[in-house]
Design a protein around this ligand. Structure first.
Ligand code: SAM
Length: 288
């Protein structure tokens, strides 16, 4: 069994199976051993860990994860990749389970339950077309996950880390920061993948928090207010809240809430901190 982090091996496997890349699945396979080492290092996988890998591709990262983790569960949507993994690149690993499925349809809680019951470490070079639904799905459903170490489009990693006042600040920044601490472990140029993506990439590690950084009396209201604030970025928060079908308040009531909290009537969501969003949501949820 050959290690795929050597690009020559990747090419040999692709030729052996006459593999055709499917653009619709976001298939950009990693071909740089240094980047692979950085992801594995940032993920901090140990022999006690059960890892969920999303999109193993031909198994480049899967091999490294199987060597370090107690168990690896790899979810791959493309059925053409399954024989490559099971008969070839990962055939010798007895600690690997491969699931041929769309990860958005997989019950992560059940995966954790069936593999020892402890929270999982998620590690992936994500398909970029569904980065946000995958990450938000894991966070919002409070999936039993300890950390998420993933390669994503560089701009998406920066949006996750952005703060108030930055053009990148938005609903994704607030959601990620509510559920997790994060850091960018590496920036990765297009030439580290085959085929090369049209965008730069970054490896980001999210470590799930035990407790959110703000107290929201009604979490769903907090996220409804955040979505309303950023749904129409150019509009004021009062307009966003008043127009949102998810937030039960009129423009007049929204104006009164902002006034009570000492915020200007024309404030925009992009300048507010998470604490201010929580105060607004708590006030609306209290219905007073
Ligand atoms: N991990 C491999 C690597 O680093 O070389 C492949 C990464 S590639 C960027 C993304 C992988 O995710 C592909 O193998 C693709 O087929 C798979 N994929 C795409 N959409 C998926 C989905 N909804 N569920 C599971 N896997 C998916």
């Amino acid at each position: 069994m050959a290690y795929l982090s050597d690009p020559k091996e990747t090419i040999a496997v692709l030729q052996r199976y006459r593999f055709m890349f499917q653009k619709k699945f976001g298939q950009n396979f990693l071909i740089d051993p240094h980047v692979l080492a950085k992801i594995i290092d940032a993920a901090g996988v140990t022999g006690d860990d059960v890892v969920l890998e999303i999109g193993p591709g031909i198994g480049t990262m899967t091999q490294a994860l199987c060597e370090q983790a107690k168990e690896v569960v790899a979810v791959e949507i493309d059925r053409n990749l399954i024989p490559i993994l099971t008969e070839d690149t990962c055939r010798d690993y007895t600690n690997l389970t491969i699931i041929n499925e769309d990860v958005l349809k997989v019950d992560i809680e059940q995966v954790a339950r069936e593999h020892g019951g402890r929270p999982l470490k998620v590690v992936a070079n994500l398909p970029y077309y569904i980065t946000t639904p995958i990450i938000m799905g894991l966070l919002e459903k409070r999936a039993p996950v300890e950390s998420v170490t993933v390669m994503v489009q560089k701009e998406v990693a920066e949006r996750m880390q952005a703060g108030p006042g930055s053009k990148d600040y938005g609903a994704l920044s607030l959601a990620v920061q509510y559920y997790a601490d994060s850091y960018i472990a590496a920036y990765v140029p297009p030439n580290c993948f085959m085929p090369r993506p049209g965008v730069g990439s970054a490896v980001i590690r999210l470590t799930l928090r035990e407790k959110p950084p703000v107290e929201a009396t009604d979490e769903s209201m907090l996220f409804a207010v955040i979505r309303a604030a950023f749904a129409q970025r150019r509009k004021t928060l009062v307009n966003g809240l008043g127009n949102s079908p998810e937030v039960p308040c009129t423009k007049e009531e929204a104006t009164a809430v902002l006034e009570e909290l000492g915020l200007p009537a024309g404030v925009r969501g992009e300048t507010l901190t998470m604490e201010q969003f929580a105060a607004i949501a708590n006030r609306i949820a209290s219905g007073k």
